[in-house]
Design a protein around this ligand. Sequence first.
Ligand SMILES: NC(=O)c1ccc[n+]([C@@H]2O[C@H](COP(=O)([O-])OP(=O)(O)OC[C@H]3O[C@@H](n4cnc5c(N)ncnc54)[C@H](O)[C@@H]3O)[C@@H](O)[C@H]2O)c1
Length: 400
Amino acid sequence: MTDRPIRLGIAGLGRAFTLMLPTFTADKRVTLAGATDLRREARRRFESDFQAPTYDTIEALCDDPNVEAVYVATPHQMHASHVVAAAERGKHVLVEKPIAIRIEECDAMIDAVRRAGVQLVIGHSHSFNAPVLHARKLIESGAFGAVRMIHALNFTDYMVRPRRPEEMDTAQGGGVIFSQGAHQIDIVRLLGGGLVRSVRAQCGNWDPSRPTEGAYSALLTFADDVFASCTYSGYAHFDSDEFMGFIGEMGLPKDRSRYGAMRKALREANNSAQESALKAARNYGGSAYVPPAGAPADRRHQHFGSIIVSCERADLRPTADGVMIYDDDEIRLDPVPVPAVPRAEVIDEFYDAVVHGRTPLHDGEWSRATLEVCLAILESSRTHSEIALRHQVGSRGALP
Ligand SMILES: NC(=O)c1ccc[n+]([C@@H]2O[C@H](COP(=O)([O-])OP(=O)(O)OC[C@H]3O[C@@H](n4cnc5c(N)ncnc54)[C@H](O)[C@@H]3O)[C@@H](O)[C@H]2O)c1
């Protein structure tokens, strides 16, 4: 077994990169070899932080022979063309969720990586979180019987955080279905076996100044009459991290004195240009960027809200500490160690795929199926009907 680092190029030095940076810098299986971004200040900072070159375009980044794989963290609507450009230049790709915004784009991405013989992993998404993977292993063990029903709920302030204009335009991948459904649906599919049969959903588009979907409730049916109810609100005043012991999405204790801080910050932006600038300022290289201060001692697992899997003989609940098991006789926590590097699970899967040639769990076909559910949520709400699905697959890659 070799433990050489993957020489990773970065396309998009924005919010997603800012969140992945502690992983990339702490995980010895990755070295940062180059980057591209439209923002000059982010590129200058990258060159000086990592002594690595930056480029004007993703094509130029991928033409660098020292770059072996690329992390595509550009806006959703660019994922397909950026992944195809990387694959055509022989680079393995880790692309942010959602894989893309249309099924045909996924088809083109899957074809391009297959033709090039490179690996494609879609992440980070919260279905990589170790407690979710552990819950899946508990289900596969058969100890609790078959899955009967899944509940997923998350209430956040997603819609009142500073955004780019496209993030408020459904046609360009805006709204919570693409950005947040990609997490929640991926988790629910992983726990339910992947093969969603149909979707009936209703979306909420409640704020005329931010005209895209900010909330949804969806009923997913799987084979054997298994069903899942998935609810997300990005307009919330209530914060469902309360149900997770006030541990936030990033696995850190929530500072409750910051209640309402995002709504307040957003009120200071008078137009969409100011709002985009507010977002960019907090990102890598921006004027309000704060470099990660190392891993705090009280860090727990990341999560995506409340998830309960009802099996024949127990309910299972992934938490920030492991999996709570409620069976016929007792309640207990099955603890899962917190990885030394945040989001190390993403590198586990990507490294295994790139260096050891293993089929990843979150490959193109898997993530196209998650996108299909997200698109069905939109269509069901628009047409007030139940939508049958055609692109569903079980997980082809083994659990790590
Ligand atoms: N997994 C997560 O936790 C997570 C969190 C945030 C975002 N994301 C995903 O990451 C992606 C980007 O979202 P974001 O919030 O980081 O956006 P962002 O606006 O913060 O960052 C996007 C970056 O891409 C750059 N960019 C735009 N066009 C480019 C191009 N043609 N070539 C090179 N760089 C370009 C921008 O300058 C910007 O720095 C989305 O798909 C989103 O869903 C994932």
